[in-house]
Write a protein that binds this ligand. Structure first.
Ligand code: SAM
Length: 235
């Protein structure tokens, strides 16, 4: 059987520095990322007309998997991590070819001396993600009003997020450097980034999420999230 080699055409720059904490789909956390086109694809002609579209499809590689092993069935977080479905009935990162597909808002296109950058809204992509292709989202074909959503018929429930008073203060001080930081933390933690098997446990465990070069600590309290610390991530 023929094999294929693909060159990345671009690379993503996002606030998500680790897989843990990244929303599980695009459109859930409204934070800006950028997609920098790489040479020789970073030519203005290659994106001519793309600015007419509000959204794009991004095909990318799940490049940061610890192991690239795949299994015919997986346990989606939406099913609590207990029930199995076929890998092709899931959006799992662990698949025979580790390819991802996200529909993302296109906020703008910057063309400069150094090439072409697309400004993206609400992506679900790790910083450094290699992109294989971009296509415009075309509503009349891509939006199907009576489509069925299988085991994920609607967006997952969100958790309430509270900051310890001293952490809220620290966050406000950091806003100058990281505009929108408090809102970003709220949005990311409202998605409950814990592994599915941890959800539902009554635990005092503290977790850390890497956003920009910060470590955001939190724990789960009575169905909500308490943000317990925000500090520079250890290098
Ligand atoms: N929307 C895409 C799809 O359906 O193909 C991705 C869905 S996948 C469930 C989203 C998760 O992939 C994120 O929460 C993050 O943990 C992981 N992820 C994102 N970028 C990645 C990368 N470059 N390498 C490995 N994992 C990544």
């Amino acid at each position: 059987m023929q094999t294929f080699n693909f060159d990345p055409i671009g690379i993503v720059h996002s606030p998500y520095r680790e897989k843990f904490g990244i929303p599980r789909q695009p459109g859930l956390v409204d934070v800006a990322s950028t997609l920098e086109l790489l040479s020789p694809y970073n030519r203005p002609e290659a994106v001519k007309g793309l600015e007419e579209f509000s959204h794009i499809w991004i095909s990318f590689v799940f490049h940061a998997l610890e192991q690239v092993k795949w299994r015919p069935t997986v346990r989606p977080p939406r099913l609590g991590g207990n029930s199995r479905v076929g890998v092709f009935a899931s959006r799992s990162t662990h698949r025979p070819n580790p390819l991802g597909l996200s529909v993302v808002a296109l906020e703008g296109i910057e063309i400069g001396q150094h090439g072409v950058c697309l400004r993206l809204g609400a992506a679900d992509l790790l910083d450094g993600t290699p992109v294989l292709d971009i296509k415009p989202y075309i509503p009349y074909v891509d939006s199907i009003h009576d489509a069925r959503g299988g085991f994920a018929p609607e967006a997952p429930p969100r958790l309430e997020v509270h900051f310890l008073p001293e952490v809220a203060q620290a966050c406000r001080r950091l806003e100058g450097h990281y505009p929108g930081l408090e809102r970003l933390i709220r949005e990311v933690l409202a998605q409950d980034p814990r592994p599915a098997y941890q959800a539902g446990r009554n635990e005092l465990r503290e977790y850390g999420v890497a956003l920009y070069d910060l470590n955001v600590r939190f724990r789960i309290v009575q169905g909500g999230v308490e943000v317990t610390g925000v500090e520079p991530a250890p290098r």
